[in-house]
Design a protein around this ligand. Structure first.
Ligand SMILES: Cc1ncc(COP(=O)(O)O)c(C=O)c1O
Length: 443
């Protein structure tokens, strides 16, 4: 009997729809023929022969059509974020580029192209992704470039930011030889950040990021065009306004020597309570004071903020000492690592957090447990409005930014697929993971 990644086993038909606006590639046509062949002979599973072309209408309120774990990017929400971000860029006369560290689903880059024209990279692979898949050289910063990667990084970059004067001294000539158009910058440390979580604070004493003002030479090297400053994480525009005062106080003496300034990421302008007019005002004010400086912002989270969930299913319910744990087909460690790392408790659709330490007991209350062998791979207790049933969906909200780039294949657990929900509620699988993905990471 045929099976499809979207459908519970009992569905005996094969839902293959080709999106009306996207033609069939040769690969698609091959798979379509293979499908007809297999259909005649009754061999499947269909996900092996339709890895990319299955699409179907889906109900985004429940995702009841799914029986496998899946990250779902909602195109409509992504477009709304992109629109807001590109409006800020236009109104404030700045450039806003996408930080790959937060979001790198390259099959959606055509949508991004409608709104932005550059990206920022923190490694060779991100720089290649920008250059080869986004189609534009990247603004690149890494705390440590290497002899074995600097040439490729320079080739794929438009802007190259050095973290220290030593790194600058070691590589700036070589990078320019590789790419004569490269614009070179230095990361500076404003020694001021309102980020409270220590692991996300790039300015905490002892930081490894950036050069502080007292270590900068009064006259910058000739080929330094810009400063790069990153000191925000999910901050509001009020924090940016206050931070800017510190930045100007420390670094404005050098501004005359620069062409551009990059105020990094962490500007969460797509969050509902973010004061966007204040950001625009602040940027315009800065522009007025230093009209020769091109201003760049490079948020990541803001692009993919609230753009879709991770949908998982309940596999079992176990009990110990009165604590009921719903075992899921996903792992916090592998598929939602920030929940353990940051740490934070995710939002779960139609459930409320009963307690953070996972000891709550009561009607419809469950600890949520992963399918890995890590004892600590569980999260809090949630109260639902009914008893959970095996096979039902658990919808973890807002699981696109950072999550999709940070997942692992620890334990060999099947990695959730990644899908794009189009504006007409048609779901398109972008990527499914296989045993070979797990095997081929190692030797
Ligand atoms: C240098 C730099 N730029 C941009 C970002 C993106 O930040 P966010 O995703 O919070 O906007 C980060 C995040 O760590 C960063 O370190």
């Amino acid at each position: 009997m045929a099976t499809c990644p979207f459908l519970p086993e009992e569905h005996s038909f094969i839902p293959v729809f080709f999106h009306k606006n996207r033609g069939l590639s040769h690969n698609d046509q091959f798979h379509a023929l293979l499908y007809l062949y297999c259909k005649g002979r009754d061999y499947f599973p269909i996900q092996q022969i339709f890895p990319y072309i299955c699409t179907m209408k889906i109900n985004p309120l429940t995702y009841a059509e799914l029986s496998r774990p899946m990250y779902i990017l909602e195109e409509q929400r992504l477009r709304e974020n992109l629109k807001l971000i590109s409006n800020v860029a236009k109104e404030a006369d700045v450039e806003i580029i996408l930080a790959f560290k937060a979001y790198a689903l390259w099959r959606t880059f055509p949508v991004f192209h409608e709104f932005i024209s550059a990206t920022t990279a923190s490694s060779l692979y991100e720089a290649r992704l920008g250059y080869e898949e986004f189609g534009a050289p990247t603004h690149t910063f890494s705390p440590g470039y290497t002899d074995y990667e600097i040439d490729d990084i320079a080739r794929c970059s438009s802007h190259l930011v050095f973290n220290s004067l030593t790194q600058y001294g070691r590589y700036h000539v070589r990078a320019r030889l590789e790419n004569e158009h490269l614009s070179i910058g230095l990361r500076v440390n404003p020694e001021y950040s309102e980020v409270e979580t220590l692991i996300y604070n790039p300015c905490a004493p002892g930081t490894r990021f950036g050069i502080s003002s007292e270590k900068l030479p009064t006259t910058l090297p000739d080929d330094v065009d810009g400063f790069h400053i990153h000191c925000h994480c999910e901050n509001g525009s009020d924090a940016f306004e206050r931070t800017l005062e510190h930045i100007e106080e420390k670094f404005s003496p050098w501004f005359r020597q620069l062409k551009w300034i990059n105020f990094g990421g962490g500007h969460l302008m797509t969050r509902k309570d973010y004061d966007v007019p204040r950001l625009i005002r602040t940027l315009k004010g800065f522009h007025k004071r230093y009209p020769w400086l091109k201003v760049i912002l490079e948020p990541g989270s803001a692009f993919a903020w609230q753009t879709g969930p991770l949908v998982a299913q309940v596999l079992d319910i176990v009990e110990d000492h009165g604590i009921h744990t719903a075992i899921l087909n996903v792992s916090f460690s592998c598929h939602m690592p920030d929940c353990l790392e940051m740490p934070y408790h995710p939002t779960i659709r139609n459930a409320r957090l009963a307690d953070e330490d996972g000891t709550a007991q009561g009607p419809h209350t469950y600890r949520l447990g992963a399918n890995s062998c890590l004892s600590g791979d569980w999260m809090g207790s949630w109260t639902f409005d009914h008893d959970l049933e095996i096979g039902e969906n658990i919808i973890f909200e807002d699981m696109l930014h950072y999550t999709t780039v940070k997942t692992t294949m620890f334990n060999g657990i099947t990695h959730p697929s990644i899908a794009l929900l189009h504006t007409d509620n048609e779901l398109e699988i972008l990527r499914e993971y296989t045993y070979e993905d797990y095997r081929d990471r190692m030797d």
